[in-house]
Design a protein around this ligand. Sequence first.
Ligand code: DX5
Ligand code: ZN
Length: 227
Amino acid sequence: MKSELLTTLRNAAPAILPSLLQCDFGRLADEVQRLEAAQVPALHLDVMDGRFVPNLTYGMPIVASLRTLTDLPLDVHLMIEEPERYIDQFHTAGADIITIHVEATQDARAVLQQIRKLGIGAGLALNPATPISDIESCLDLCDLVLVMSVDAGFGGQSFNPIALEKLQQLRGMISDDVLLEVDGGVNSDTIAACSNAGAQLFVVGSAIFKHDDYVEPVATLAQRATK
Ligand code: DX5
Ligand code: ZN
């Protein structure tokens, strides 16, 4: 199941993954339907704890609700301190990929192993200020590497070009099987550079949800990401 999912996402690249941070949570079912109609290949869910990042979003119940609403893969981005405490619960809630932050745990290798044992995708994220050397020793355990192009915590921030260097460098370090994802400030002006730098999965919040219709922005972004 995991390898099928990773192959599907690889084949879908360049793939636009909507970050649901800015969707209308009062009409979640409708939002999911509209994103499915825009043919996104997965949903990106931003979980924040008010500790690792100042912002607080949602947890397992929303992930579980989304699981009942769609068969799309759920790409869960944990911006929480000591994510090892909640891996099992997010798996039970329906996550297909769980990405943790290297800055949030003492032992990223152990947490990645914990995720892999559950048979789901294991991802590792790094903030703009974190050097690649901090994740290098964990790359063999990653199904996905997430390069943050803003400081984790809020939607609607400006793209930090340091992500481009990192994407490029990482692409040369990881095997072809490992997915490279970029998150933060990705829009029609920044997406082509991310794609040229080697990103395959593009997390997009504002540049989708500021529109009334999702079909056109998703298609336009995918087109701009196509080399
Ligand atoms: C930031 C989140 C992102 C964010 C993306 O911490 O991980 O997924 O919501 O939103 P935009 O596209 O608005 O930067
Ligand atoms: Zn995210």
